[in-house]
Design a protein around this ligand. Structure first.
Ligand code: IZC
Ligand code: ZN
Length: 405
């Protein structure tokens, strides 16, 4: 199966297989890309004479498919009932401490059938695809019991078969202390350790993650859970410094976590630990926007030599939008990243944050043919025309999976 993408006005892509900081983007004008059996086999300029299925990019911008490296894709219900509380300034952690927030989504996710969760996530994935996303990470963490955590992970596997976006699964049992373990933290930690063994053996997730935050899980508990994950073959991620810096980032850096996420309140020591440990900072600006929090110190991280990825954090509580283009715009305007730096942050570095940069995240020969054609003449334009969906065509594995209109 061959597909030729021709008449590309500007091909803009990061290069290489590893996360880097951060502005390097290769640009080719008047370009074409040839895909064969889902893989990029030729890139050049001009108009080649190749007899196969062809997409005319119409002189527009072409980039790698977008990678959303942090989502809580699969959950029951929504939390719009929290909107007025949030508008009145009730803090996120207080809503959680009162048994709402994550715990309210846990109740709805436990009550939902696999079929309901699948259909709900499917409709969101459709939205993500038409906004240019071709790969996405999906966390569990709305079950907090064995049955429902496994249900979420199974739904993720099923979703891979039902639609084109590739999913990478993360076990986030340490998302909140479930109500039934309110007086038995140790009991829940042990339950998670046993479940991690099973998830590792059955290959149900690639990563293990912990919400390390005041009143949720301490840095020491996070370290214990992530170490268990590493011992069972699950790579480490951590939600840290979203609201308060309680030392998780430093622990994650030391243990060689693949990524640390949020980092709104990261300290200089935290940033240094990321650098020393080679972790990727996954920043989530739409969460800062929706929780009305400061924006992470992206420029300081880049100055320190920490590669930055940017993701949606799509979830029902702190980011009920899965529009990665909006997130890219926030990264440009609120983190003061250049369009080139943001492109890297949602393609190559995002791919590296989910350990896929050897096959996705750039447009290079040998990489998977995941490509977006934009209704835009150049890279600046997609940050200039904010608030609208500028994606025209999405190609996944060398196949056209979305075309506007
Ligand atoms: O459902 O509130 N921060 N986890 C950590 C979230 C936000 C998701 C939620
Ligand atoms: Zn999250």
């Amino acid at each position: 199966m061959r597909l030729l993408i021709k008449n590309i006005g500007m091909l803009a892509t990061p290069v290489g297989n590893r996360a880097t900081a951060q502005a390097e983007v290769e640009k080719i004008e008047n370009a074409y890309i040839l895909c064969e059996n889902g893989v990029i086999t030729e890139i050049g300029s001009g108009t080649p004479q190749i007899d196969c299925e062809t997409v005319d990019a119409g002189g527009c911008l072409v980039t790698p498919g977008l990678v959303d490296a942090h989502t809580h894709l699969i959950f029951g219900g929504w939390r719009e009932h929290e909107l007025s509380m949030k508008r009145q300034g009730v803090p996120y952690l207080e809503i959680l401490a009162q048994g709402g927030g994550i715990l309210s989504t846990v109740r709805k996710t436990r009550a939902a059938s696999e079929e309901e969760l699948t259909q709900k996530a499917l409709s969101e994935l459709k939205n993500m695809l038409c906004h240019g996303v071709t790969t996405c990470e999906a966390k569990s963490g709305y079950g907090l019991d064995v049955e429902t955590e496994l249900k979420q992970l199974r739904v993720a596997k099923e979703l891979c078969k039902l639609q084109p976006i590739e999913l990478v699964s993360t076990y986030l049992g340490a998302h909140a202390l479930p109500e039934e373990y309110k007086n038995d933290r140790e009991g829940y930690l042990r339950l998670m350790e046993a479940l991690i063994e099973r998830i590792g053996t059955e290959g149900l997730a690639e990563f293990c993650d912990v919400f390390c935050e005041t009143g949720v899980f301490s840095a020491e508990e996070a370290e214990r859970i992530l170490k268990k994950g590493l011992a069972c073959g699950l790579k480490a991620k951590m939600h840290a410094d979203e609201i308060n810096p309680i030392g998780g980032t430093e622990k994650a850096g030391k243990m060689g976590a693949t990524s640390v996420e949020h980092l709104i309140a990261a300290t200089d020591e935290g940033i240094e630990a990321l650098k020393d440990g080679g972790a990727i900072a996954v920043l989530l600006p739409a969460t800062s926007f929706y929780l009305d929090k400061p924006y992470a110190r992206a420029r300081d991280m880049l100055r320190a030599g920490v590669p930055v990825a940017v993701a949606s954090d799509f979830n029902p509580g702190s980011c009920p939008s899965s529009n990665l283009q909006f997130v890219m715009n926030l990264a440009c305007w609120k983190y003061r990243l250049t369009p080139e730096e943001v492109l890297n942050a949602v393609t190559k570095n995002a791919a590296a944050a989910i350990s896929c940069a050897d096959r996705i995240g750039t447009i290079e020969i040998g990489k998977q043919a995941d490509v977006v054609i934009w209704n835009a003449p150049n890279l600046d334009y997609i940050f200039y025309r904010f608030g609208q969906n500028l994606v025209k065509t999405v190609i996944k594995n060398g196949k056209i999976e979305h075309m506007k209109g």
